[in-house]
Design a protein around this ligand. Structure first.
Ligand code: TXA
Ligand code: MG
Length: 323
């Protein structure tokens, strides 16, 4: 039997008061940040948080990041915001840093998947900062993509995948940084990176000294976001040497760092023609999406230089390739 189901697509706009009204009613809104777009809901409402997990098809054991706009508001959400955590926050917020801190009871256990620490950050995007200022609650927001797929860095990316599931996408343009925030926690007082991201290891070490970087692992993930299958395109994605890339056939799309291949034409994306890892991070997810939508059978890519944000990019490339 054929049902003529009416599909209602999200409105895309930049009206903070519309976003605020949906959020206050417990509904979800996609919000821009400097890293990637988030799928936001009231972090203090179990109903809204549950609906985030359902909309993303995300397993409930993968906890969410809580977003706020001020250190004063943060004080009402966590304990022990002092020492190195405070130094990092005052240096990098608003910005692509997430801190793991002991949660207060106002944060529902659902947000942290039962863990006693909550991930928090003040994002750096004018529209979202203004929205957070006006709201009476913080926003829980994972990246606004179906679980396991590439994170969205433009409103149109959100619309393509979640447009039928949410009422509003707050359009803040392209995300400047382009990869998710760096997650820092403290293990026996040692600053520890749980996820490489938009703030480099050097930047963090300049403030707190030597940090420990947790390797990602699918078997025993310390942060569930360390699951290997994250950030994957739909097409098979393979990491190759330069020499192998040169032999890519017509049904293969390629993504290179700086120097174009002579053989790939429009099925090629160059992450940064000037060899800048920041520019590469900015382009990474958009280019992966573009290549994923072409009529090809596989996507091949090369590693980028392992410096600065290059470490986070290579982490995403490895996960996309499920290595
Ligand atoms: O840049 C970002 O961080 C974006 C924007 C929207 O802020 N958000 C984002 O959220 O990337 P999501 O849910 O895609 O990734 C958050 C990661 C997850 O991998 C989760 O496992 C980890 O943060 N995480 C959250 N709470 C945690 C906790 N209490 N302990 C350890 N890891 C945690
Ligand atoms: Mg995500």
């Amino acid at each position: 039997m054929f049902f003529n189901k009416k599909v209602i697509l999200a409105t895309i706009g930049n009206d903070i008061s519309v976003a605020e009204q949906f959020l206050a009613k417990g509904e979800l809104v996609a919000i821009p940040t400097e890293t990637v777009y988030g799928l936001a809901g009231n972090a203090l409402s179990e109903k809204s948080v549950l609906s985030i997990f359902e909309t993303k098809n995300r397993p409930s054991f993968d906890p969410l990041i809580v977003h706020t706009d001020s250190l004063e508001k943060l004080d009402g959400l966590v304990y022990d915001f002092d020492g190195m955590a405070e130094e990092l926050a005052t240096t990098f917020w608003p910005g692509p840093l997430t801190l793991l801190l002991p949660k207060r009871d106002v944060i529902p256990d659902l947000v942290t998947s039962g863990l006693d620490h909550v991930a928090v950050r003040i994002p750096n995007h004018p529209l979202t900062l203004e929205l957070l200022r006006q709201l009476e609650f913080p926003l829980a927001a994972p990246s606004a993509n179906p679980f396991g797929y590439i994170s969205p860095t433009q409103a149109s990316h959100v619309e393509a995948q979640l447009g039928e599931s949410i009422p509003y996408i707050l359009d803040g343009g392209e995300c400047n940084v382009g990869i998710e925030s760096t997650i820092v926690g403290f293990v026996d007082g040692v600053p520890t990176i749980y996820r490489l991201g938009g703030l480099s290891v050097e930047d963090i070490e300049n403030v707190v000294g030597k940090v420990n970087v947790l390797p990602h692992s699918s078997s025993n993930p310390q942060a569930p976001g360390m699951l290997k299958s994250h950030y994957a395109p739909r097409k098979p994605f393979l990491l190759k040497s330069r020499k192998e890339l040169e032999s890519a056939g017509n049904d293969v799309a390629v993504m290179v760092f700086e120097t174009p291949l002579s053989n790939s034409g429009s099925k090629q994306r160059i992450l940064s023609p000037t060899g800048d890892v920041k520019e590469a991070a900015h382009n990474l997810f958009t280019y992966l999406r573009e290549l994923d939508s072409l009529e090809i059978s596989e996507i091949w890519a090369e590693y980028v230089p392992a410096k600065g944000l290059g470490l986070a990019i290579n982490d995403r490339l490895r996960r996309a390739a499920a290595l």
